[in-house]
Design a protein around this ligand. Structure first.
Ligand code: KIV
Length: 275
């Protein structure tokens, strides 16, 4: 049975600001992706803490082999759609490749577009190197909440040579730790830890005062995020860190095959579906 809250929901900004306190209470943060109005509108009926308009839309929606081609204009367009559907749920928009790496001023201008033109309640940025931390600081100073992202950074795929678990060696784990602490220092409200060993994620979660949100990072984080299309089974077989909660691809193929069979057999539309 679906139970819906009876009290009026808090505003998206208030809900986002309240997430920091969840570190202390231990109530896990739940986040999912959306790229369009329809998905956001039904996610708004679920107990989800925030929606991420991930630049993973480059893979999932556009069919690119990576997130690198995704543009600011595309992020603004998709974020606008999601904000229209998300109702009371906060919406965080990803800053795409090369939208924040050049100067902190560019980063602020682009973060500002996602807020002013699209209605995002915050932005996400990959990495925690000195220049990225400077960009984060600039954006946070303009009162825009920033979600950090370390570990596997899909926008670094050319340098990484593929999508691989990060932080397996002491040295690599130390780099991730330094980035996470630099982001915390720069003022992020939480940090995504993507595809890192679960012990490293647990250790970072203990060390940091801001919540950690894992994806492929084990269950020691303060919250979890997944690509909604992944957990619904639109892409099978699933990645190792994804649990399938439905099999939408199989079900969609079954439904469309049945439709085609009915049309070809002349049994759809029936009198019941005709005027
Ligand atoms: O782009 C994305 O969807 C993401 C997450 C899944 C963390 O960055």
């Amino acid at each position: 049975m679906i139970t819906r809250p009876t009290h009026p929901p808090a505003s998206p900004a208030a809900s986002l600001a309240a997430l920091a306190a969840r570190k202390a209470t231990g109530e896990k943060i739940v986040a999912l992706t959306a790229y369009d109005y329809l998905t956001a509108s039904w996610l708004a009926e679920c107990p989800v803490d925030f929606i991420l308009v991930g630049d993973s839309l480059g893979n999932v929606i556009a069919g690119y082999p990576s997130t690198l081609p995704v543009t600011m204009d595309e992020m603004v367009y998709h974020t606008r759609m999601v904000v229209r559907g998300a109702a009371h749920i906060p919406v965080i928009a990803d800053m795409p490749f090369l939208s924040y790496e050049v100067t902190p001023e560019d980063a602020l201008r682009n973060a500002g577009r996602l807020v002013k033109e699209a209605g995002a309640h915050g932005v996400k940025i990959e990495g925690g190197e000195a220049d990225v931390a400077a960009a984060v600081k600039k954006i946070v100073r303009a009162h825009i909440p920033v979600l950090g992202h370390v570990g596997l950074k899909p926008q670094s795929v050319l340098q990484l040579g593929g999508y691989k678990v990060q932080g397996r060696t002491t040295q690599a784990a130390e780099r991730i730790r330094e980035e996470a602490h630099a982001l915390q220092e720069a003022g992020v409200f939480a940090i995504v830890l993507e595809c890192v060993p679960h012990l490293l994620a647990r250790q970072l979660t203990r060390e940091l005062s801001v919540p950690t949100i894992g994806i492929g990072a084990g269950n020691g984080c303060d919250g979890q995020i997944l690509v909604t299309h992944d957990l619904l089974g639109w892409f099978e077989p699933p990645k190792k860190f994804v649990k399938l909660y439905a099999h939408f691809r199989t079900e969609a193929i079954r439904a469309v095959t049945a439709f085609a069979r009915d049309v070809r057999a002349g049994v759809f539309p029936s009198p019941r579906h005709s005027f």
